[in-house]
Design a protein around this ligand. Structure first.
Ligand code: BES
Ligand code: ZN
Ligand code: ZN
Length: 523
C-alpha cells in the first residue's frame, strides 16, 4: 500500500525559529518552536510524468538523497497548477515542506490574457504553499524563488495577508523569507510591492467607524513619517471652503464626520522641480447613497468606497519605500456620504471649483462630485500626468466584473504605460471609451451646466461617469481608473483571500516606476 504524503522518512528535530520576527525567546531558552516551513515549486512535467523541480527543489531533493522526488511519485499523478502536497520530517531544518504546482515551465506573456502567466503562476503557487504552512501554525516559512523572486515574494506576502485586527482569535503570524541567497533584491522589491497592496486592503477592509476621513489621513501620515522626501498636508474643512470646492463640500455636509483633503508630496526626483505625476483618489469612507439611499443588503461593503484614495496613497507609500526617482503628488478628498437634514437633495445645484454648476440628480453619484473638485485642484501642479482612481460605478462591475480595472483616458501614451505595467503585475487594465456620445448625456441638463447622472439612466453608467469627470479636466494626459469591479475578491484572484482587494496598487506602483525610467531615459 502506498502512503501519500509520508511522514517521518527522516526524524524531525524541532528547532527554534531564527527569523527576525521570531528570534530566540527571552532569557535564552530555546522555545519549543516547530522549526521552519519550506515552500518549493514544481513544474508540470511534459512527457514522462516525473517531477520537474525548480533549481531550489532540485537542490533540496539532492540534500535529502532523492527522497522528495521519490515521495512525489509515490503520491500519485503530477501536481497540477496551484495544487499542493505537504511532506513532514524530510529534513531537520524544515520539518514541513509544501510542494506546489507551478504549471508549465516556460510560461511567459499570454497574449489572450494580457498578463505574464509565469509570474501569475508563481504568485498563486507560493500563496497556496504559504497558507498551508500557516495552517500548521509554523511561524516561519522559506520560499523557493521559483525563478522570479519578486513574484514569489508577492505571492507570499499577499497570500498570507488577512484583516483580523478586531478579532480576539487571530491567525498565526507567518514570516516569509527567501530560500537561498540569490535574488535578494528582487525578493525585497516583491515584499515592498505586496505590502503596499496590503496597506490598501487594510484601509478598505477596516470598518467605517474605524477609518473615518481623519483616521485615514493620520494612518497614511504615520506610514510616511520616516521619509524625509515626503510632506503630508491634512487639510481641514476651512481650507476646503477657501478652495471653493463646492461639489465636494455638498457631499460632506450630509455627515457629522468632518471632511479632510489629504495632500501628499513625494519628491523622489533629483530635481525637486521636475513635473510630478499627480494621483487623485476617491475617498468616501462610507457611501450610504445619501438621500438616494442604497438598499441595506450589502451596504457594509461601501466602507471600501475609499478604495481610490487607499490605492493611490498606498502606491505613494510604496514609491517612497522603493525610493523611486520621480515626484508624485497624491490628492484624496475624504468624507462620508450620509442622509441627513443637511444632505444634498436630488435636484440641488452645486458649484465646483472651476465654476461649473452641477445638478445633483442622484445623491448616490457622489464620487464624481468629490473628484470634480480634486481634479480641478490637480491642475495647479503642472503635472506630467493626472491619474485618478475611484470605486465610481456599479456599472463598471457589470461591464468587466473583477477581471480588470476600466481605464478611461485621453492619452494613448498614458494608456500604454498603464497597460505595460499591468501585464507585469497581473492586476489588469482594460481601455474604455471617452466618446462625445456620453458627454452629451451629462451636459444636457435642465438646471445646471452638467448633471451628475446620464440622462438615459443606467445605460453606459461607467462611461457617463467618466464623461462627467472629463468636464473638469483640461490636462492632455489624464486617466480615470474605475476600480468598482476590482474592489473586492471572492476567489477570482487565487493569491488574495476573500475580502477587499487593494487593486490595482501594484499596477500604479509599476506604472510610476516606468514613468521614472522614462524621465531617466530622456535625460
Ligand atoms: N460607490 C458607488 C459605486 C460602487 C458600487 C462601488 C458597487 C463599488 C461597488 C457609487 O458612489 C455609486 O453609488 N454609484 C451609483 C451611480 C448611479 C447612481 C448613477 C451606481 O453605480 O449605482
Ligand atoms: Zn454612491
Ligand atoms: Zn460611492
Amino acid at each position: 500500500m502506498l502512503l501519500p504524503c509520508v511522514r517521518s522518512l527522516a526524524r524531525a528535530v524541532p528547532r527554534a525559529c531564527s527569523c527576525s520576527a521570531h528570534g530566540p525567546s527571552p532569557r535564552g531558552y530555546s522555545r519549543a518552536a516547530p522549526g521552519k516551513g519550506l515552500v518549493l515549486g514544481v513544474y508540470s512535467s511534459e512527457k514522462d510524468g516525473t517531477a520537474q523541480f525548480t533549481s531550489a527543489g532540485d537542490a533540496f531533493d539532492r540534500l535529502v538523497s532523492g527522497k522528495l522526488r521519490a515521495l512525489l511519485s509515490l503520491c500519485g499523478p503530477p501536481l497540477k497548477k496551484g495544487k499542493t502536497r505537504i511532506f513532514h520530517g524530510l529534513h531537520q531544518d524544515f520539518p514541513s515542506v509544501a510542494v506546489v504546482g507551478l504549471g508549465k515551465k516556460n510560461a511567459g506573456i499570454n497574449e489572450q490574457e494580457n498578463w505574464n502567466e509565469g509570474k501569475e503562476n508563481i504568485r498563486t503557487a507560493v500563496a497556496v504553499g504559504c497558507r498551508q504552512i500557516q495552517d500548521l501554525e509554523i511561524p516561519c516559512v522559506e520560499v523557493d524563488p521559483c525563478g522570479d523572486a519578486q513574484a514569489a515574494a508577492e505571492g507570499a506576502v499577499l497570500g498570507l495577508h488577512e484583516y483580523n485586527e478586531l478579532k480576539q482569535k487571530k491567525k498565526p503570524v507567518v514570516t516569509p523569507q527567501l530560500h537561498g541567497s540569490a535574488e535578494k533584491e528582487a525578493w525585497q522589491k516583491g515584499v515592498i510591492y505586496a505590502e503596499g497592496q496590503n496597506l490598501a486592503r487594510y484601509l478598505m477592509e477596516a470598518p467605517a467607524n474605524y477609518i473615518t476621513p481623519i483616521k485615514f489621513a493620520e494612518h497614511i501620515e504615520q506610514k510616511l513619517r520616516s521619509f524625509s522626501s515626503v510632506k503630508v498636508h491634512i487639510r481641514q474643512e476651512s481650507w476646503i471652503t477657501t478652495q471653493e470646492m463646492g461639489a465636494f463640500l455638498s457631499v460632506a455636509k450630509g455627515s457629522a464626520e468632518p471632511p479632510i483633503f489629504l495632500e501628499i508630496h513625494y519628491l523622489g526626483s533629483a530635481n525637486t522641480d521636475d513635473s510630478p505625476l499627480v494621483f487623485v483618489g476617491k475617498g468616501v469612507t462610507f457611501d450610504s447613497g445619501g438621500i438616494s439611499l442604497k438598499p441595506s443588503s450589502g451596504m457594509d461593503a461601501m466602507r471600501a468606497d475609499m478604495g481610490g484614495a487607499a490605492t493611490v496613497c498606498s502606491a505613494i507609500v510604496t514609491a517612497a519605500a522603493l525610493n523611486l526617482p520621480l515626484n508624485i503628488i497624491g490628492l484624496a478628498p475624504l468624507c462620508e456620504n450620509m442622509p441627513s437634514g443637511k444632505a444634498n437633495k436630488p435636484g440641488d445645484v452645486v458649484r465646483a471649483k472651476n465654476g461649473k454648476t452641477i445638478q445633483v440628480d442622484n445623491t448616490d453619484a457622489e464620487g464624481r462630485l468629490l473628484l470634480a473638485d480634486a481634479l480641478c485642484y490637480a491642475h495647479n501642479f503642472n503635472a506630467r500626468a493626472i491619474v485618478n482612481a475611484a470605486t465610481l460605478t456599479g456599472a463598471m462591475d457589470v461591464a468587466l466584473g473583477s477581471a480588470a480595472t476600466g481605464v478611461f483616458t485621453n492619452s494613448s501614451w498614458l494608456w500604454s504605460h498603464l497597460y505595460e505595467a499591468s501585464i507585469l503585475t497581473g492586476d489588469r487594465v482594460w481601455r474604455m471609451p471617452l466618446f462625445e456620445h456620453y458627454t452629451k448625456q451629462v451636459t444636457d441638463c435642465p438646471l445646471a451646466d452638467v448633471s451628475n447622472i446620464g440622462k438615459y439612466s443606467r445605460a453606459g453608467g461607467a462611461c457617463t461617469a467618466a464623461a462627467f469627470l472629463k468636464e473638469f479636466v483640461t490636462a492632455s494626459h489624464w486617466a480615470h481608473l474605475d476600480i468598482a469591479g476590482v474592489m473586492s475578491n471572492k476567489d477570482e484572484v487565487p493569491y488574495l483571500r476573500k475580502g477587499m482587494a487593494g487593486r490595482p496598487t501594484r499596477t500604479l506602483v509599476e506604472f510610476a516606476a516606468r514613468l521614472s525610467q522614462d524621465s531617466h531615459n530622456a535625460k
